[in-house]
Design a binder for this molecule. Structure first.
Ligand SMILES: NC(=O)c1ccc[n+]([C@@H]2O[C@H](COP(=O)([O-])OP(=O)(O)OC[C@H]3O[C@@H](n4cnc5c(N)ncnc54)[C@H](OP(=O)(O)O)[C@@H]3O)[C@@H](O)[C@H]2O)c1
Length: 328
């Protein structure tokens, strides 16, 4: 089967699509034929060696956490899944491949009306957003700021907060403002003066803050008067140490129950997951180049049935407003 591998830390060019042995299902395991697998910035950081102290790679390394696909084979003792079931799950550095093997309890059923690309790209961002919102004790009527609100985690956190009855202020570049408004988010441009712009957008004050970007956002939250226990950053762990704010993310909420709940909300069109680009497995380096550009609206996804890149390489970003922001 084809799988994404890298032999050493480095830039996107370290990513190779290689032929390796198809995995087999051991006891309690399930092999899934992957239909779609999302990309996450953390994977790029691991490949670059930036997370070596916390998540060291063993070479050659596979890659990829998110996936959705069709059960191909089940191991001894697995009676809840059968070949042909459509599933969504999470893997350890291995889902960017034609087949992935996971423990039986890292899967949930894919709702029929959620398309593969969406189903296969929320296993990291969804639970992370869920954990962050829970960590800040979000309460109906509160005003919350979400930084990088149009990104993979931010777009989920913003919509979950709106569903919970919060007023959501989301930081993003101008390009994403209409999109965020369409979700019910009050957009605010990031960059110099952002704290003043947030104050202006929230004369009632800010109760909670979810930071999906780092680079001073925790300090902005403190400057706005948000209590440390109502600030969660998913990226600035130095600020967690420094200020006693929360740092909860995927590790605190990646469970079948949370993933199933989020897929249910997507199936009911209560949450939309914008797909910024779908790439065939062979174009994995292009996919990561776009992701690492740092301006994803929602998710980039590897689609196993995609044979050609559907968009333009040059000027692609400028055309992105025409892309679909679909849920199902
Ligand atoms: N702790 C955890 O469990 C956990 C889990 C998942 C992710 N993470 C980390 O959390 C971060 C966000 O992940 P993600 O998947 O949401 O990333 P992403 O989708 O790549 O985020 C892209 C977004 O960042 C926004 N952005 C760019 N520059 C910005 C700035 N100066 N200020 C505010 N926003 C800016 C972009 O908005 P514009 O296009 O409008 O510029 C874009 O929408 C990453 O660092 C990731 O590694 C942590």
């Amino acid at each position: 089967m084809k799988a994404v591998r890298f032999e050493q830390y480095g830039d996107v060019d370290e990513l190779k699509v290689e032929q390796i042995a198809k995995p087999e299902a051991g006891p309690g395991q399930v092999v899934v034929a992957v239909k779609a697998a999302g990309l996450n910035p953390g994977e790029a950081a691991i490949r670059a060696g930036l997370l070596h102290d916390v998540f060291p790679a063993a070479f050659p390394s596979g890659q990829g956490t998110d996936f959705a696909g069709i059960v191909d084979e089940v191991g001894a003792g697995v009676d809840e899944w059968s070949a042909g079931d459509e599933v969504v799950g999470w893997a350890t550095r291995s889902s960017h491949a034609e087949f992935v093997v996971v423990p039986r309890d890292q899967l949930v059923a894919k709702p029929e009306n959620v398309v593969w690309e969406v189903a296969g790209s929320i296993s990291v961002t969804g639970p992370t957003a869920y954990a962050a919102l829970r960590a800040v004790q979000a309460t109906e009527g509160d005003t919350i700021v979400v930084s990088a609100a149009a990104g993979g985690v931010g777009v989920m956190a913003s919509q979950l907060a709106i569903l919970g009855g919060l007023t959501v202020i989301g930081t993003a570049s101008e390009r994403n403002h209409d999109f965020l408004r369409s979700l019910g988010v009050i957009p605010v441009e990031y960059g110099e003066g952002v704290v003043d712009r947030i104050r202006e957008a929230a004369p009632q004050g800010v109760d909670a803050y979810i930071d999906c970007y780092g680079h001073g956002n925790v300090e902005y939250a403190l400057e706005l008067g948000v209590a440390p226990q109502r600030i969660d950053t998913i990226i600035d762990f130095a600020a967690v140490e420094r200020h006693g704010v929360k740092g909860e993310g995927s590790a605190q909420a990646t469970t079948p129950a949370v993933l199933a709940e989020l897929l249910g909300l997507i199936a009911e069109a209560k949450i939309v997951v914008p797909i910024d680009g779908v790439f065939p497995l062979d174009r994995v380096t292009d996919a990561y180049r776009d992701l690492e550009d740092g301006h994803a609206r929602g998710k980039y996804v590897l689609g196993m049935d995609v044979v050609e890149y559907p968009g333009e390489r040059e000027g692609d970003r400028a055309g992105s407003d025409e892309r679909s922001d679909q849920a199902t």
